[in-house]
Design a protein around this ligand. Structure first.
Ligand code: NAD
Ligand code: TYD
Length: 350
């Protein structure tokens, strides 16, 4: 049996990865390690929490002793590392937390893997999940490929770039079996409503202003989160050691166009008059150092591992809106700071 440590499994993307691995690989034992920060929510995993091949461990990757003890007692075969501080605006307000978790936390995991796998990496793997934001910003044309130079601009992307470099350094220096993927912006269910799409859905639903930074001209390449989880599955199982893959949706949208599409979908779903939700759009001061455009070339992943996105954006966005409208309790809980109470109720003494 393979014992796989997934970090950050209570977060947005991590919960989709945990769900996929627990459901698709009953022969694996999946251990979800998460510190349950504001972004971590065990309510994201209620459908798998009682499965025999799933366990949750509350731990903080910045705590090296805690991580070492866990590696010592559990003897993992692989790590899929998603735990991170993930929001650019928060990184602008407080870069230190990003250095601690994204850089130091990643190095703590690498050290533990190096120490406890003892140089025998034959059937071991360290998979690091990263972002396209490490490549910086594009102008009107071009796409990021795996050979694009790193040029991070925000404290978030600088911390992720640094963690990527450390992961590669542990491959080059110690021979650790690593793979890295750099993915574009994800969307879908269980997305914390501080990020553009869930924030806009929540605000439109509650008739609150929808803040659009600057003129809304910035472009992001949106990918359905379950397509990302499938890409991680494919890469984890099939990539050669030391490889990097870009993952993207071939789905570029200017923020303002995306928000208008969302408003149209919300008008239909909420039975509002056409154009009603769009009245909530409010242009606000731009983000400092706001990257103009991201676009991913995922040809390598398509050609080598036969992965392509499965879902059209309009369909995915409508499904996402449905999920948020059908899961009001989830939305209310995460916006009212009740994560911890949920955790205490459900997991006290475990
Ligand atoms: P998220 O913020 O929703 O979840 C992060 C999870 O990590 C949370 O459950 C949180 O509790 C946990 N965590 C944070 N600090 C921790 C610590 N010190 N110790 C243990 N756990 C900790 O993030 P997400 O959007 O799901 O992103 C997951 C990963 O994917 C990140 O590494 C991010 O950089 C990367 N990524 C995200 C996107 C995106 O669009 N969201 C795109 C590409 C890559
Ligand atoms: P976000 O979801 O924070 O992801 P990232 O910054 O990692 O790409 O933001 C997506 C885009 O939306 C980005 O260009 C910033 C913009 N944005 C807004 O215009 N308003 C908002 O309230 C937020 C959160 C983001």
């Amino acid at each position: 049996m393979k014992k796989i440590l997934i970090t950050g499994g209570a977060g947005f993307i991590g919960s989709h990865v945990v769900r996929r691995f627990v459901n698709n690989y009953p022969q694996y034992e999946i251990i979800n390690l998460d510190a349950l920060t504001y972004a971590g929510n065990l309510a994201n995993l209620t459908d798998v929490e009682n499965k025999n091949n799933y366990r949750f461990v509350k731990a903080d990757i910045t705590n090296a002793a805690e991580i070492n003890n866990l590696f010592k007692s559990e003897n993992f075969d692989a790590v899929i590392h998603l735990a991170a501080e993930s929001h650019v605006d928060r990184s602008i307000a407080d870069p230190s937390a990003f250095v601690m978790t994204n850089v130091i936390g990643t190095v703590n995991l690498l050290n533990a893997a190096k120490e406890y796998w003892k140089g025998d990496y034959a059937n071991k793997r360290f998979y690091h999940v990263s972002t396209d934001e490490v490549y910086g910003a594009l102008g009107e044309t071009g796409m990021f490929t795996e050979s694009t130079s790193y040029d991070p601009h925000s404290p978030y992307s600088a911390s992720k770039a640094s963690s990527d470099h450390f992961v590669r350094a542990y491959h080059d220096t110690y021979g650790l079996d690593i793979v890295i993927s750099n993915c574009s912006n994800n969307y879908g269910s269980h997305h914390f409503p501080e990020k553009l799409i869930p924030l806009a859905i929540n605000n439109i639903k509650n008739n609150r202003p929808v803040p659009v930074y600057g003129k809304g001209e910035n472009v992001r390449d949106w990918l359905w989160v379950e397509d990302h989880a499938r890409a991680i599955d494919v890469i984890f199982h099939n990539a050669k050691t030391g490889q990097t893959y870009n993952i993207g949706g071939h789905n570029e949208w200017k923020n303002i166009d995306l928000i208008h599409l969302l408003c149209t979908i919300m008008d239909q779903k909420l039975g509002r008059a056409e154009g009603e939700s769009a009245k909530l759009i409010t242009f606000v001061t731009d983000r400092a150092g706001h990257d103009l455009r991201y676009a991913i070339d995922s040809t390598k992943l398509q050609n080598e591992l036969d992965w392509v996105p499965s879902l059209q954006f309009e369909e995915g966005l409508a499904k996402t809106v449905d999920w948020y409208l059908q899961n009001e309790d989830w939305l209310n809980n995460v916006t009212s700071g009740n994560y911890q109470a949920y955790y205490d109720n459900q997991y006290k003494g475990r």
